[in-house]
Ligand binder design. Structure first.
Ligand code: 5GP
Length: 188
């Protein structure tokens, strides 16, 4: 059961085992923000968040970066099953501004097989940005099919289906403040 103040025992969180506590997520996101601030000093940065799972990570990461930046959102839907990505991805909501000549930092919730991010990076490169890098909160190496360089990584996690802090199960639980696994873990 969650213990810290901001791990408040939300009723909807009662069936979940905490994998990453809210405080640990906040600390790591601040560290990523500091590294990004150092690396992009003096550059024109555009954050591109992948909806919907990245919305909380994007909100916290953007506030941890001490640089002028723009925020864009890309809606993607995967044709995979509920828990498995097929790599066939449809853009459901496109960027509102061109990224040509900009330094783009993709903000992704989780990289599992790598199929989604690899599609996304290829797509963004056709728009001629100055550079494209990846910030991912979570990485599940056990299931990875297409290796990609994650420039800013929050946590490496085991091959379990996680929810919370933006990540859903059938559209729910995105509002859990921690990242957890349904208990008992029926994803194992
Ligand atoms: P990939 O294409 O790398 O296999 O999967 C990326 C997408 O699959 C993520 O953006 C996310 O939407 C979904 N995904 C992969 N693993 C998980 C997980 O453990 N929990 C949730 N909620 N979504 C996941």
């Amino acid at each position: 059961m969650p213990t810290a103040e901001n791990e408040r025992p939300m009723r909807i969180g009662e069936d979940f085992k905490v994998l990453l506590a809210a405080d640990d997520i906040a600390t790591r996101v601040r560290e990523l923000g500091q590294a990004i601030t150092r690396d992009y000093e003096g550059k024109e940065l555009t954050l591109v968040a992948v909806l919907k799972g990245s919305f909380l990570f994007m909100a916290d990461l953007a506030r941890a970066i001490d640089l002028p930046l723009t925020c864009e959102f890309l809606g993607l839907s995967s044709y995979g099953s509920r828990r498995e990505s097929s790599g066939i991805v449809k853009i459901t909501q496109d960027l509102t501004q061109p990224v040509k000549g900009r330094h783009v930092l993709v903000v992704e919730d989780i990289i599992d097989t790598g199929l989604t991010i690899s599609y996304l990076i290829s797509n963004l490169r056709t728009r001629l940005p100055e550079s494209v890098r990846i910030a991912a909160l979570l990485y599940k190496p056990d299931n990875n099919k297409i290796p990609c360089k994650i420039d800013y990584l929050g946590f490496t996690i085991p091959n379990k289906f996680v929810v919370g802090y933006g990540l859903d199960l059938d559209g729910c639980y995105r509002n859990l403040p921690f990242i957890g696994v349904k208990s008992p873990d029926d994803a194992a």
